[in-house]
Design a protein around this ligand. Structure first.
Ligand code: BGC
Length: 519
């Protein structure tokens, strides 16, 4: 069989049909309901105690830090009160050894150090002023606690939230594995390390990146109502949406304002269908899961997010290369090779190593529509050290990567579609858009990812062509930082009688989204 025909048979295993999409949506809705009833379910449906989305008029200067992807980001955000903001940030890659540090103290000390460096680089005046004042104030402890900055902590892992700045880690995801942090309050862990450095910072809010994205999208996107869903399609994947309080049947232990009748729920959809009732499961999905740090967990994420897609593709290619009968990345293919006479692969190629194929090459493959696939072939040489790949090799690579990417987009549509249906917004009259804020490398950089999501949304029963037209999926760039700032703002308002430092923190104006048609 020619390589193209053999590849087709492999690629067919990644098909995710319209019927599968609908089955997926039904099961997603069922698991959402289950998660609203009790704890310990596959879709965690975590109440966040955030009961409204912003309306764009919020103001103030806040700090935010973001842990949960490939980088650790520290930013300060000036909210201007007119749906705009000014953001200053620094980011450092999280060292691999930190992700599996022996103790959580090592990780949180590293984070506090980055905050220190950021303040000294970008907010030296505030920093100096604060230190001077601390030294001159007499109190029994030798200094007075006058936090200048309220900090929103975006911590993008499953956390059982018990208050606006309190929550215990349920489990690590995305390759992190520091067992002693599980069950601990991550805000307290960070505050302890911040205090050791005497930084003028109070951890005021604990935020999942999806909640931040939902907040940021509502702050920045004009419309009659706020966004209904914030979602991340990056290293990991997850979504947070606005649920009716009446639908949350499990006990809510923390304090919250029930005047809006809504609460933001962090679904933790990365763990949708861990039991594999409906998720597709190819031999390569099985391998990826088996060799991960958390087998059997985050099964949806392992089919959708950037961290895993490259690895699924790599495992598939490796099997194709090992198949004697398949002329893939092999000399036998040379007769078709229009570049040089032989194809070879360096021993140190990422193809042979776990996580060795970065998902970004899938974007290159999807974007290259030239007849000779020359960009992709150069990338195969440059990134994967496959020398002189033939056109047929590149076509096979593109087909496999495309199939894995397309399946991920259609699965993403399952989650988005189910949540749109759950909010009931489509059955409300009018043609007001149903707004969804998204962020993450996959949705930002993978070509046609959003188009493929829309294609699948159109076939969902209860959404259809007309419904899909009303769904507006827009990028909420830097969403998690801005969102964390917005929640820190709410937190500042909740701290009655406490000093809030140098800046004027306005009364929180998170409220039921007003009619903003004239804005
Ligand atoms: C985490 C979520 C997070 C998502 C996106 C997942 O692995 O469990 O909390 O929102 O990644 O960063």
């Amino acid at each position: 069989m020619a390589l193209a025909a053999e590849t087709k048979a492999i690629v067919g295993q990644y098909d995710y049909t319209d019927e599968d999409v609908n089955k997926g949506v039904k099961e997603f809705l069922r698991q959402m309901g289950e998660g609203l009833e009790k704890d310990g379910t596959s879709l965690s449906q975590i109440p966040t105690y955030v009961t409204a989305v912003p309306n764009g008029t919020e103001k103030g200067l806040y700090l935010a830090v973001d842990l949960g992807g490939t980088n650790f980001r520290v930013c300060s955000i000036q909210l201007n009160g007119d749906s705009t903001f000014h953001l200053t940030f620094s980011k450092v890659p999280i060292p691999k050894e930190m992700m599996v540090a022996k103790t959580s103290q090592e990780l949180f000390a590293f984070l506090a150090k980055q905050i220190d460096v950021f303040l000294q680089t970008h907010h030296m005046a505030d920093y100096d002023r604060h230190v001077r004042r601390r030294n001159t104030v007499s109190s029994p402890t030798g200094f007075k606690d006058e936090p200048v900055f309220r900090l929103g902590f975006t911590f993008s892992f499953p956390v059982k939230q018990v208050g606006i700045n309190k929550g215990t880690l349920i489990r690590w995801t995305k390759g992190f594995d520091i067992p002693d942090a599980v069950g601990k309050d991550v805000c307290a862990l960070l505050q302890v390390e911040i205090d050791k450095l005497h930084l003028p910072v109070k951890v005021a809010a604990l935020v999942n990146d999806t909640v931040g994205t939902l907040m940021a999208r509502s702050y920045t996107s004009p419309g009659k109502t706020g966004a209904v869903l914030g979602a991340i399609f990056g290293t990991g994947t997850n979504g947070a949406y606005l649920e009716k309080l009446a639908n949350i049947k499990k006990p809510l232990e923390g304090e919250y304002d029930n005047s809006t009748g809504d609460m933001v729920i962090n679904t933790e959809w990365g763990s949708f269908d861990n039991q594999l009732n409906v998720l597709p499961n190819t031999p390569w999905d099985i391998q990826v899961d088996k060799d991960s740090v958390n087998p059997g967990i985050q099964m949806f994420e392992k089919r959708v997010s950037g961290m895993f897609l490259g690895e699924i593709v790599r495992r598939t290619l490796l099997d194709m290369m090992g198949n004697e009968k398949m002329a893939f990345f092999k000399d036998e293919n040379s007769s078709f090779n229009d570049w040089k006479s032989t194809t070879s692969i360096a021993e140190h190629s990422g193809i042979f190593k776990q996580w060795g194929l970065d998902s970004s090459i899938m974007s290159v493959a999807a974007a290259d529509t030239t007849p000779e696939l020359s960009t992709l072939r150069q990338e195969l040489e440059g990134q994967l050290h496959v020398y002189s790949p033939s056109l047929e090799d590149a076509q096979a690579f593109k087909a496999v990567a495309g199939a894995v990417g397309r399946r991920a987009a259609r699965l993403s549509a399952v989650a988005i579609g189910a949540i749109v249906l759950q909010t009931g917004q489509l059955s409300q009259a009018g043609d007001e858009p149903i707004d969804i804020g998204v962020d993450g490398s996959l949705v930002e950089h993978y070509p046609y990812f959003r188009d493929m999501i829309y294609e699948a949304l159109r076939v969902i029963d209860g959404i259809g062509e007309e419904g899909a037209k009303r769904i507006r999926i827009g990028i909420a760039k830097d969403g998690s930082g801005v969102g964390a700032a917005l929640i820190a703002l709410v937190a500042a308002g909740m701290e009655k009688g406490q000093p809030v430092g140098e800046y004027v923190f306005p009364k929180p104006c998170l409220a039921k989204p007003p009619d903003r048609t004239n804005m």
